[in-house]
Design a protein around this ligand. Structure first.
Ligand SMILES: *Cc1c(COP(=O)(O)O)cnc(C)c1O
Length: 426
């Protein structure tokens, strides 16, 4: 059977067969997923790896409860940001000493955008796309407000980014995968374009890390941030990561110069001296419990490595998303819903987005879908978003999800008032 061909899934039995042949198939048991749920929202909050609860129990009871403050040394808490950073580095084509885990993605955008602007002091513009994830835009706005009128934020449409890169641009700040459409920037090509114009690039890999192959080293990317709680499965509010290419380490200067980013925090000097490399990106004390959860969650990627690693996971996700699109188009044609994600799998992240011609229908349909056990999410104004985490999704899940979607559309569930009530988190 040629698994690359989605048309090779004429029925559910073929999906079952593909799951049996899937080298990553056994890894679904590494996750504690509730019975009867098809989880298509790992792009917002990854599922719970079974390795996490025992680790949290251990860190809480033994390391904290018994070890008390001694555990900063004895249990290696103080090195967690580097240790976990090194694990993430191996998933994104970075060197172990180029990645550190700290703070949230938003805070890391602040630190790295500041650092990038400090390196390109002679230039004035931060270029980004107008559809970038709001927190990236908000942080850039806040930072540039602070820096005063000599620096400017230029936002242009995604399609015009490459054209807009010129010799005024200090930093190109982009999220690789568009959170609405799932469209993916070519990381290497855009980085190269920025470098030719003398600009630096800051990539947000929130929907990339742990999702598909990323090679920051090959792309010679300058800076990157990413999320611990999405495809890396670190749990709600897990700390984020920050990457800085080694060639920038000596000049790396960031404004949140807290004591743990000091060269010798326990010398308690009154003046700041930066620690080496990415260590200076640390600000205050690491969130040991959350970081331990993320650390334990990453074990599943180590188990995925001999089965094909990120390259194999990327191939699997392309099959899953193709299957979803294929089934959606044959089962839900004429429903007023249409796929807005790129058809070319190389230009698509691990996500399929479907726009509803009537936004109210879209919201209600997602609520009904979640109640029926197929969990995706809704992004205003009109997008139903489905994320495909290749570690724990099976081909049959995709098949069954579309069957449920088709049934709810046939039933016109959006006519039912109970699905129209808006919740705080969509
Ligand atoms: C999810 C996401 C974030 C999240 O930022 P936090 O500070 O961790 O809440 C940032 N950027 C992008 C592109 C995201 O998708």
């Amino acid at each position: 059977m040629d698994l690359q061909e989605p048309s090779r899934f004429p029925d559910r039995a073929h999906c079952v067969q593909a799951d049996r042949a899937d080298p990553f198939g056994a890894l679904v048991d590494d996750f504690d997923l509730p019975e009867g749920v098809i989880y298509l929202d790992g792009n917002s909050l990854g599922a719970l790896p079974r390795s996490v609860p025992p680790r949290i129990e251990e860190v809480t009871r033994r390391e904290w409860g018994e070890g008390l403050i001694r555990s900063w040394n004895d249990a290696g808490w103080i090195d967690l940001p580097r240790r976990v950073g090194a694990k993430i580095a191996s998933l994104i084509g970075a060197q172990a000493d180029e990645v550190i885990v700290a703070d949230s993605t938003s805070v890391n955008v602040y630190k790295l955008l500041s650092a990038a602007l400090a390196i390109r002091q002679d230039r004035s513009i931060v270029l980004t796309d107008s559809g970038n994830f709001p927190t990236d835009l908000y942080i850039a706005q806040g930072l540039l407000r602070q820096l005063g009128p000599s620096k400017q934020l230029l936002t242009v449409d995604r399609r015009d980014i490459v054209e807009a890169i010129n010799d005024q641009v200090a930093v190109v700040m982009l999220t690789q995968v568009d959170y609405r459409s799932g469209e993916k920037f070519d990381l290497a090509a855009v980085s190269a374009r920025a470098h030719r114009a003398g600009a630096l690039v800051l990539w947000d890999l929130a929907h990339s890390a742990g999702a598909f192959q990323v090679d920051l080293g090959a792309a010679q990317a300058d800076f990157a941030v990413g999320c611990g709680y999405k495809y890396l499965n670190g749990g709600p509010g897990a700390p984020a990561f920050a990457y800085v290419a080694r060639r920038h380490h000596d000049r790396l200067d960031q404004p949140l110069s807290g004591w743990l980013g000091h060269a010798e925090p326990f010398a308690f000097e009154s003046d700041y001296r930066p620690a080496s490399g990415v260590n200076r990106l640390m600000c205050g004390s690491p969130a040991v419990l959350s970081m331990s959860a993320l650390d334990a969650a990453l074990a599943v990627f180590e188990r995925a490595e001999p089965r094909g690693g990120m390259a194999g996971l990327e191939a699997k996700v392309q099959r899953l998303t193709e299957l979803f699109i294929d089934r959606f188009e044959s089962r839900c044609a004429g429903s007023g819903l249409r796929v807005i994600s790129p058809r070319n799998p190389n230009r698509r992240g691990n996500q399929v987005s479907i726009a509803a011609s009537d936004p109210e229908h879209g919201y209600a349909l997602m609520q009904a879908l979640i109640a029926a056990g197929v969990i995706g999410d809704f992004r205003a104004p009109d997008i139903l978003r489905f994320g495909f985490a290749p570690l724990y999704l099976r081909h049959v899940d995709v098949w069954d999800a579309v069957e449920t979607l088709a049934r709810l559309i046939d039933e016109r569930v959006w006519d039912e008032p109970r699905w129209r009530q808006r919740k705080a988190v969509t």
